[in-house]
Write a protein that binds this ligand. Structure first.
Ligand code: EPU
Length: 422
C-alpha cells in the first residue's frame, strides 16, 4: 500500500446532531453531462456534486469536443459547438461506467461511435448486451471485440424494445438514441430510477417528446436530427448520499436534519430503516432522523427501483452488523457485490456469504482496524461502520469514495462525528 495515499480515520462517535445538505446525484449528473452531445449550445448544470466522477466525465466530453467550465463550486457550463469526435479515448472510458452513456447520443446524432468497454466499480461481470440489443433493434450495426465497441447507423429507426431486465444504463442509452430516431420508440420494462426521470426531464426541456416518464414504459417520439437545444438544469439530489447520512445517525445515534433528502425517492429504504428502529419524519426541507438506541436486524433483498437499491446494501449490512438479531441479505443485481464484507469482518462483524446471500449476525460493537474501500458505496459504509467501532478505523483506497461522495468527511464532521482525512 502507498503510504502517501490519503486515508480516512474514524473513531467511535455519537450522538450526532445538526443538519447536513444532500448534494446532487452522481448517477444523474453524469448522464445529463453525456446528453449535452445531443444538441449544440451552452448548457448550465446546477447542484453538481463535487466528486471525481464529474471530473472524469468532463475529461471524456472534452476529448470528444465539448468545452466545460466551472461557473461556481456546484455550477458547470458545457458547450457543444458541433465539432464533435465520435471516438471516445480509452483512458477516459476505462475509469467510469457512465462513460457508456455517450454511445446513444453519439450514434443517434453523429451516426457512429467507437468506445472502449466501460470501467467503473468491479462487481464481477457487467455486460452491456441489453444496450447493444436495443440499439441493434433500432437499426444500428454494432461490432464488438475484446477492446471496444463500434456502432454505426446513418439513421436510427423507432422500435419496440422490451428489456429482459430493467437496466439503468440500457434504458438511458436506448432513450437518448431514440431522441433522433425516425418514428416512435417504446421501451418496455424500462428502469424507473429517479435519476432516469431527471434525464427525461432535461431531454424534454431540450425539446424531446417523451411519454411515461417515471413509469416502466417510456415512449419516445423521434425528432429531426439536431433540432434539440441546450438548457439550464438543476441535478436532482442524491438519494444514496442521503441514505448514507441516515445510516450514520442510525448507527451513531443522535438527531439530525437531512436537508434536501426526498422521501418520495426513498420509500422502501426508509421503510427498512424504520423497521430497524430509526425514526424518520418529514421536516421543512428534508427529513429529520433520530436513532433511539440499538437497531434491530432486518432481512432485505436488492431490486431495481422502486425496490431496495443495490447501492444502499453496504450501508444496511453495516447497520445489521451491530444490530440485535440476524439479518439475511439477498443481492439480486450484482452477485459479486459483496467484497466489502471481508473488510467489515476485519472490524469484528459476523457475516457469512452463501451464494448471493449474506447472513449477518449482529454483534454488540465493532473494533477499529485498517480496512480498504473496495468501491464507492462500500467505502462509505466502512466509514459509517467506523462510527460504531471502538478505537480507530483507518480506511485506505479512499479514491473510490471520492468518486461519488461530495465531502463525506466534512459533512460527517459537521454533525459531530470524529472523522478526519489524512
Ligand atoms: N445488465 C445486463 N446487461 C446489460 C446491462 C445490465 O445483464 O446490458 C445487468 C447487470 O449485469 C446487472 C443488472 O443488469 O446485473 C443491473 O445493471 P444496470 O445496467 O441497471 O446498472 P448500471 O447502469 O451498470 C447503475 C449505477 C450503479 C447502480 C446500478 C443499479 C451508474 C453510473 N451506475 O449501473 O451505481 O448500482 O445502476 O442501480 O448509474 C454506484 O453509484 O455506486 C453504482 C454502482
Amino acid at each position: 500500500m502507498n503510504n502517501e495515499s490519503p486515508q480516512i480515520i474514524v473513531r467511535r462517535s455519537g450522538p450526532l446532531s445538526g443538519n447536513v445538505q444532500v448534494p446532487g446525484a452522481k448517477n444523474s449528473v453524469l448522464k445529463l453531462m453525456a446528453a449535452t452531445l445531443l444538441a449544440e449550445g451552452e448548457y448550465v448544470l446546477t447542484n453538481v456534486p463535487a466528486i471525481a466522477d464529474v471530473v472524469t466525465m468532463s475529461d471524456l466530453l472534452t476529448a470528444l469536443g465539448i468545452s466545460t467550465k466551472w461557473l461556481g463550486p456546484h455550477e458547470l457550463s458545457l458547450t457543444n459547438s458541433g465539432n464533435i469526435s465520435t471516438e471516445a479515448p480509452f483512458e477516459n472510458v476505462d475509469r467510469i461506467r457512465a462513460s457508456i452513456n455517450v454511445l446513444g447520443p453519439l450514434l443517434t446524432h453523429y451516426g457512429q461511435a467507437l468506445i472502449n468497454w466501460p470501467g467503473g466499480d468491479d462487481f464481477g461481470g457487467r455486460p452491456i448486451d441489453l444496450h447493444i440489443g436495443g440499439l441493434e433493434k433500432m437499426g444500428a450495426t454494432i461490432e464488438q471485440n475484446l477492446l471496444n465497441i463500434r456502432a454505426s447507423a446513418d439513421q436510427l429507426n423507432g422500435a419496440e424494445i422490451e428489456l429482459s431486465f430493467a437496466s439503468v444504463g440500457a434504458t438511458e442509452n436506448i432513450l437518448t438514441a431514440a431522441i433522433y430516431a425516425k418514428g416512435t420508440t417504446v421501451i418496455d420494462n424500462a428502469a424507473r430510477e429517479p435519476e432516469i426521470g431527471d434525464l427525461c426531464n432535461m431531454l424534454v426541456a431540450m425539446g424531446a417528446e417523451i411519454e411515461g416518464i417515471g413509469s416502466s414504459r417510456l415512449v419516445v417520439h423521434g425528432k429531426q436530427k439536431g433540432s434539440l437545444h441546450s438548457v439550464r438544469h438543476s441535478v436532482i439530489n442524491d438519494r444514496v448520499q442521503a441514505a448514507t447520512y441516515i445510516a450514520a445517525v442510525a448507527i451513531a445515534g443522535g438527531d439530525v436534519q437531512i436537508r434536501g433528502a426526498k422521501s418520495e425517492h426513498m420509500e422502501m429504504v426508509i421503510d427498512k430503516y424504520s423497521q430497524m428502529g430509526v425514526l424518520i419524519s418529514p421536516s421543512r426541507d428534508g427529513l429529520r432522523v433520530t436513532s433511539p438506541g440499538r437497531l434491530n436486524a432486518i432481512d432485505f433483498a436488492t431490486l431495481p427501483y422502486p425496490g431496495i437499491a443495490t447501492d444502499y446494501k453496504p450501508l444496511l449490512v453495516a447497520m445489521n452488523s451491530v444490530s440485535n438479531g440476524v439479518g439475511i441479505v439477498t443481492e439480486n443485481l450484482f452477485p459479486g457485490r459483496f467484497r466489502y464484507i471481508e473488510e467489515l469482518c476485519k472490524l469484528g462483524a459476523d457475516i457469512r456469504i452463501d451464494g448471493h446471500h449474506a447472513v449477518v449476525k449482529g454483534v454488540e460493537y465493532l473494533i477499529g482496524t485498517s480496512v480498504i474501500a473496495p468501491d464507492i458505496r462500500a467505502g462509505a459504509a466502512l466509514v459509517v461502520a467506523g462510527l460504531a467501532a471502538h478505537g480507530e478505523t483507518v480506511i485506505s483506497e479512499i479514491h473510490h469514495i471520492d468518486r461519488g461522495y461530495d465531502d463525506l468527511v466534512g459533512r460527517l464532521s459537521g454533525l459531530g462525528a470524529d472523522v478526519t482525512r489524512v
